[in-house]
Design a binder for this molecule. Structure first.
Ligand code: AMP
Ligand code: MN
Ligand code: MN
Ligand code: MN
Length: 277
């Protein structure tokens, strides 16, 4: 059976490895079909595609778009898209444009919380000046000993209601799905189990997404706990979504799951890649 992994990050967004090194790491983990899905950015795709071909992996172009839906940040993955599509490129550039200012504001908030110099500190971890992410702040706060690991930084400082949280308005659901579909791609709701929606709100999100032409949800992902796999498998069946699978890898040792460690999709689902080969 093909090992398919359709969600991960390079240092073109908030991962730590260069695209070609992520490719190699994925191959070492046994991946046969691989997508790079950097946040709001397609700048790593060309290098990733070449590296994947050299390693004998099938490559799938991808992106993970940040949107705001019902006042929450939601991520929409686009797969198999034409990364040269002008409307997609313009939309992603617009989505990235507020990140630097948000980073400066996060830094001011952290300073008030007793952690100075976080903007400059986070910048040391940034591979793409256009893409300063909360993850880069998290790595810096671990470096200075404010927390012992990245998840703890999110819990104590960077999530809603915490001292370093700065609200941000991203693209809309309809923009993101429109850019992806306009570029010939497939739209996927990333890690639906990570959002803090009520069952009702989640149902509305799924319905709206479907109406806009969204095709799939992630079921098996490193950003779900294993007990969420059957829950989202059931949602995929009920709503008639295709199912996707991917580590959401950012850095070796930073999260629970690395390439090669996820189980296959539960049976009785149609994989998002069912008609690709
Ligand atoms: P940003 O796009 O700058 O808001 O940062 C979002 C990124 O932060 C996500 O893509 C994850 O990589 C990371 N992240 C968000 N929540 C958590 C969490 N609870 N634990 C670890 N990383 C997280
Ligand atoms: Mn990330
Ligand atoms: Mn995400
Ligand atoms: Mn991701």
């Amino acid at each position: 059976m093909l090992k398919v992994d359709l969600h991960c990050h390079s240092n073109v967004s908030d991962g730590v490895l260069a695209p070609a090194d992520v490719a190699q790491h994925a191959r070492q983990g046994g991946v046969d079909v691989w997508a790079l899905t950097d946040h709001d950015e397609i700048g790593g795709i060309a290098a990733a595609r070449v590296a994947a071909a050299d390693l004998g992996m099938q490559f799938v172009s991808g992106v993970e778009i940040s949107i705001t839906w019902a006042k929450e940040t939601v991520h929409i993955v686009g797969l198999r898209l034409d990364e040269t599509n002008p409307a997609l490129l313009a939309g992603l550039a617009c989505t990235r444009s507020g990140r630097d200012n948000r980073g400066r504001e996060i830094s001011r908030q952290l300073e008030l919380a007793g952690i100075p110099g976080a903007y400059e500190g986070a910048l040391k971890y940034v591979g793409n000046p256009d893409l300063m992410s909360r993850t880069h702040f998290a790595r810096y706060l671990v470096e200075v000993g404010a927390c012992k690991n990245v998840p703890e930084v999110f819990k104590k400082y960077l999530s809603e209601g915490k001292p370093g949280y700065v609200p941000h308005c991203w693209a809309s659901l309809s923009d993101a799905v429109g850019w992806i579909r306009g570029a010939g791609g497939v739209a996927v709701i990333a890690h639906p189990g990570r959002y803090k929606f009520s069952d009702t709100a989640q149902g509305v999100l799924f319905d709206e997404f479907k109406q806009l032409g969204g095709a799939a949800i992630e079921v098996v992902t490193g950003s779900h706990t294993p007990d969420q796999y059957p829950i989202y498998a059931e949602h995929a069946r009920r709503y008639g979504f295709l199912a996707s699978r991917g580590t959401d890898f950012h850095a070796p040792g930073e999260a629970r799951v690395d390439f090669g460690l996820l189980p296959p999709l539960p049976s009785n689902l149609t994989p998002v890649w069912h008609d690709w080969f």
